[in-house]
Design a protein around this ligand. Sequence first.
Ligand SMILES: [Zn+2]
Length: 436
Amino acid sequence: MATEHREILHGVAASGAIASSLEAAPLAVVVDLVRTGRARTRPELTAVSGLSRKVVTQRVDQACEIGLLREGGLAPSGGGRHARVLEFDPDAGRVFGVLIGASELRVAVAALDGRPLATSQEDWTVDSGPEATMQRVHAHIDALAVRHAATRPWGIGVGVPGPVDFPEGRLIAPPIMPGWDGFSVRAWLRERVDAPVWVDNDVNLMAVGEWVHGVGPRTEDMLFLKVGTGIGSAVISRGRLLRGQRGAAGDIGHIRVSDDPTAVCRCGEVGCLEAVAGGWSLIVEATQRASESPTLLDALRERGRISLGDVGAASRAGDPVAREMLGERAAALGEVTASLVNFANPGQLVVGGGVLRAGEELVGRIEDVVRRRSTKIASEHLVVRPASLDQQEGVTGAALLAVENLLSPIALARWVEDASPLGHAAALQRFAPAFA
Ligand SMILES: [Zn+2]
């Protein structure tokens, strides 16, 4: 993972605290500099860290012995002798990334670079309540742990489709999650799994997954628009996730965009963006209007329900009803997104979420509106693209949330002398709010 990634998930950590822990733990410094790509050889480590050559040599040996670093090939010569390249070993430990969506669960076991090694998924509605949902999550974790030798995970990152008090790992009045208000995902998992748990809003984690491992150009500023069952956004500004005071930043699903009294939202209000343009509103309208469209009617008769994929296929085949419904949604999404583009001036706009199953043409239509409705300076060099990780961006971001909290210099300094964070779960957990 490159240098600029490392602080994204921590937010503003107390720099004084980091500095003192760095002094106390040269081993943590060495591992951190190699992992974040700021030093790749022993001479570079000596130059960047300010540690003596002897200390660097000793600590690198120690880090290789405990399996966090490994020797790679020879670095290109800078005039003197070739130096051996050092690498962080992403297989030194395993983490889990969990994404609880409004209508599906996804769990991944991942390496320490956040890349999923294996994923399991099931259709699941989050309004089944916290206890039943968390039991399913736990079952997925257990099954993956056994199959992929990860029965002692280093940490777990969890994304949920509602506002999260990030320091507490607790949901706050989630509009579409009845029974979840005040529920602590962290406390529930910590009672059952001996690993630290970090919880964040699902859209934040999708943004982080795309930002770190997506196909897009490297930009310091990114806007992620999630159009799933619900709608949300996340902003990465100057390489940092914008969380706001309590973690609610980016929650755009319930912005009022229409006076239509029939656009009743799941939150109880009328005219929310989600009620006008969310995935569930598309399914509801497509079902109601199926009689106007032979293609949609066929789908409804064949399977008893219409999916997002059916609407996309109908639209691509030129079905006027499907095209109209997607066009209306693109217009509403584009208007709000254009305002966000003017506000945040991102370098790239990434559109993800389950509605992409209706086809990526929706992204093009949103882009048209955004380009028309945002200022020239904000849109001129804006890159607009669909999410690129095949619906894995959320679990990837969740895994990265755990990784970055485990391997930040300040966390590393706490456990690195013991070779692994196992047994430090409670301490690392208490630590987490320091990064929020
Ligand atoms: Zn609403």
